[in-house]
Ligand binder design. Structure first.
Ligand SMILES: N[C@@H](CCC(=O)N[C@@H](CS)C(=O)NCC(=O)O)C(=O)O
Length: 212
């Protein structure tokens, strides 16, 4: 069983989606990001930076944080095609997984602060965030207007790493209709039962935001 320590954020949602997709039994412990509630010792032990998400795998004793690393661990644990075992397919998944987890996710996380939560406070940061968001959407559009999924013809952990960030397209000042390839992929992902279930597990609202 996987104990998931998380909150209703893109990084938290991606792990709930993966657990649903992989059909791994799990339980969620909600962690307050405001630090206004005591934190379970198991969470503190699993997350050196004190950031969500983190997991404790009661089958193996593994405890770990970092959403990108957790996705790799869970896909390997389940022996899933979300992470091909070798060859060019695996290389493509790893590349897009790291683009989503290590580049786009953190940039969008910053953009949410400057363009949504604290708009008007830091003009330079806002300008930079708008440029970065547009740059990455253009890259995603180029890719997803050519391939069904980020890494090719099959869904992978790269799609799970990206999808919860695109849910917040309105916070990023993005009209998804300007990016038809991304919008098509987003609608496909949003209809996947695992995405719906993982989203609802953490988010109060049952409705996944959709472009007009
Ligand atoms: N690189 C980390 C980022 C984790 C992260 O930034 N988590 C945020 C919520 S999405 C958090 O815990 N924020 C509270 C804090 O920084 O104390 C990952 O992908 O898991």
């Amino acid at each position: 069983m996987i104990e998931l320590f998380a909150a209703a954020t893109p990084n938290g949602i991606k792990i709930a989606v993966a657990l649903e997709w992989l059909d791994l039994p799990y339980e969620v412990t909600a962690i307050s990001l405001r630090g206004d509630a005591p934190r379970p010792p198991m969470f503190t032990a699993a997350s050196p930076l004190g950031k969500i998400p983190a997991i404790h795998d009661t089958d193996t004793g593994v405890e770990m944080s970092e959403s990108g690393a957790i996705l790799l661990y869970l896909a390997e644990k389940a022996g899933s095609s979300l992470l091909p075992p070798s060859g060019p397919e695996r290389a493509a998944v790893l590349q897009w997984h790291f683009i989503a987890s290590a580049t786009i996710g953190p940039a969008f996380g910053q953009a949410h602060h400057y363009l949504h939560f604290q708009k008007g406070k830091a003009p330079y940061a806002e300008e930079r965030s708008v440029a970065e968001v547009q740059r990455y959407y253009r890259v995603l559009e180029d890719r997803l207007s050519e391939t069904d999924y980020l890494a090719g013809t099959a869904p992978s952990i790269a799609d799970i790493a990206l999808w919860p960030w695109i849910i917040r397209f309105s916070w990023q000042g993005v009209d998804l209709n300007d990016y038809p390839g991304v919008a098509r992929w987003y609608r496909t992902m949003s209809a996947m039962p695992a995405c719906v279930a993982g989203y609802r597990k953490l988010q109060d609202s049952p409705d996944i935001p959709m472009p007009a």
